[in-house]
Write a protein that binds this ligand. Structure first.
Ligand code: UN1
Length: 541
């Protein structure tokens, strides 16, 4: 351990959450029954917390299926058990999606939008149960679990309206009596591969956009949040999405994901996840000349200048770094701090963390829940060990143990003071670990902020309007916030990043339509004679 450590790093107040909401208090809900929406689609439905695959409008469990389970990262309790899908299951799902495509494509887009409105209505009615499920299965605190679902609702509603837009262009012709225009057409069968950190929002970003534009979908969620995925699919089915239009295949990325990306029916793959997997998906998809849309990692900086409103910046950094236990692509993982306010701001941060409750994510008083899994815990703790060797630990730096903590995966919020260029200041950790880097000027701040492989989100706190606009121009990122944290993008705007964060695309907002449509260019000649573009154009005058 570094001798530069400021004695024992202090810890947050520990919330003895076992006393308030132990496992017995966590009930497993059955949304279909609770909502009274007329039960489940035909076929063998989910039973209790056992789920099948959803293929061609039917819940099905293949005869020799092996199962896996998801667990609550705060308590270890089982949340649901699921089928580990095979390449055969993927083939059945893509065939069902291909069969369903012609009729879904011909369904008028406004009608497809109406189905989405019904999905949103049902999701709103189930919001509190779904939000609790997000928290139980993934571990984010309940306000964020509900926020996850709200983001899904917002996006589905937004996309429902898109059913009455899906704008093309009209462009003048160089010839007489000729119209030129573009129309948007669906791509066909698309694969949506989603992560566990936003288990309802991100699947809906993809599925709702793909469906309103007339595609059919095979959905492969992260295994850790398969129950959230199953409940979403159920909602779509209940809302009237026809059989085969949305299919769910749970299971391992190496099996289900690869089979999906390789499948000849699949024309577009929309993937959110880690950069290594993303690269593999891109390479595989390239073999079939598929469109592969990638949303990958981040190493998002907040620059706090010496003129910043420090209490405001404090709240922003706390929420950005430790919201969702730092497990957002948009999480604030670097604080680029002006030397004139360095010790003062760091002191405020450490002080505030002393009153930051880590514990039961279902308790509204809790600031941060567990990290999402044992794998996450191990990876984060390994990075913390790296940090202890190369940087100065200013807060936390350990797993939380004792009492109810022993049932789950709790890591203390952690702050390192580090030079720019260390591993912890450049690699994505995806956990509650903040690297603080001292800078002496705006120019240095931007240099540090940009000198990483990723470019998703970024932020600057300053009261200088010129500096704010310079940062908007200078920061290499898909998203820049001014006087706000790096997290919390709204669904009606494009979302995505530069450098290793992706491969150039954006999702959400109007960009979502680009992601899932082909443009057809149309020329209509109503002159009743052969007109030759480029050749007759001069005489057309
Ligand atoms: C992600 O972590 O991949 O902007 C998505 C945000 C959320 C979405 C995050 N609206 O933080």
């Amino acid at each position: 351990m570094s001798s530069t450590m400021r004695g024992e790093a202090p810890g947050p107040k520990i919330l003895p959450f076992g006393a308030r909401a132990g496992p017995a208090a966590l009930k497993i809900d059955n949304y279909s029954r609770a909502r009274g929406t007329g039960g489940v689609p035909r076929g063998s439905p989910k039973m209790g917390s056992e789920y099948g695959l959803f293929i061609d409008g039917t819940w099905t469990t293949p005869p020799k299926a092996t199962r896996f389970e998801t667990t609550n990262p705060a308590t270890g309790e089982t949340v649901g058990t699921f089928v580990a899908g095979t390449a055969d299951d993927v083939r059945r799902a893509t065939e069902a999606a291909a069969r369903a495509f012609p009729s879904w494509r011909e369904t008028p887009a406004p009608k497809r939008g109406e189905v989405l409105l019904e999905v949103a209505r049902r999701m709103r009615a189930a919001k509190s149960e779904l939000g609790r499920l997000v928290t139980r299965e993934m571990g984010k605190v309940i306000s964020e679990g509900l926020g996850d679902v709200q983001e899904a609702i917002d996006f589905v509603e937004y996309m429902a309206g898109e059913g009455r837009r899906l704008f093309g262009e009209t462009v003048p012709s160089e010839l007489r009596s000729k119209f030129c225009l573009t129309v948007r057409q669906p791509k066909g069968v698309v694969a949506c591969i989603t992560p566990w950190n936003f288990p309802t929002a991100i699947p809906n970003w993809k599925i709702a956009a793909a469906l309103v534009t007339g595609n059919t979908v095979v959905f492969k969620p992260a295994s850790a949040t398969a129950r959230c995925a199953a409940e979403i699919v159920q909602l779509y089915a209940d809302a009237g999405v026809p059989p085969g239009v949305l299919n769910l295949v749970t299971g391992a990325g190496g099996t289900v994901g690869n089979a999906l990306v390789d499948d000849p029916h699949v024309r577009t793959v929309s993937f959110t996840g880690g950069v290594d997997t993303g690269r593999e998906v891109y390479v595989r998809g390239a073999q079939g000349l598929k469109m592969v849309h990638l949303e990958l990692g981040g190493k998002n900086p907040v620059i706090v200048m010496d003129d910043a409103d420090l209490p405001l910046a404090l709240e922003g950094v706390l929420f950005g770094a430790f919201g969702t236990a730092g497990q957002r692509c948009t999480a604030t993982s670097r604080l680029v701090l002006h030397e004139k306010v360095f010790e003062r701001f760091l002191g405020m941060l450490v002080d505030r963390l002393d009153r930051f409750l880590v514990g039961d994510p279902l308790d509204p008083a809790t600031g941060m829940g567990p990290v999402a899994s044992l794998d996450q815990e191990r990876k984060i703790l390994a990075y913390i060990e790296v940090g202890k060797k190369e940087a100065k630990l200013r807060y936390g730096g350990e797993k939380l143990t004792g009492g109810a903590y022993d049932r789950g995966h709790f890591v203390r919020p952690t702050i390192f003071e580090t030079k720019h260029g260390t591993r912890i200041s450049k690699e994505e950790i995806f956990g509650p670990v903040l690297s603080v880097i001292r800078v002496g000027s705006y120019e240095e701040a931007v240099r540090v902020a940009n000198d990483v492989d990723y470019g998703l989100s970024s932020s600057i706190y300053t009261r200088d309007v010129n500096l704010a606009f310079r940062a908007i121009q200078d920061l290499e990122a898909g998203i820049t916030y001014v006087n706000a944290p790096t997290i919390g993008a709204e669904v009606q705007l494009p979302f995505g990043g530069v450098k290793n964060t992706g491969n150039g695309g954006r999702e959400a907002g109007s960009a979502a339509v680009e992601e899932f449509t082909e443009i057809k260019t149309v020329f209509v000649d109503f002159s009743s004679r052969l007109q030759k573009a480029q050749i007759d154009s001069e005489t057309a005058a």
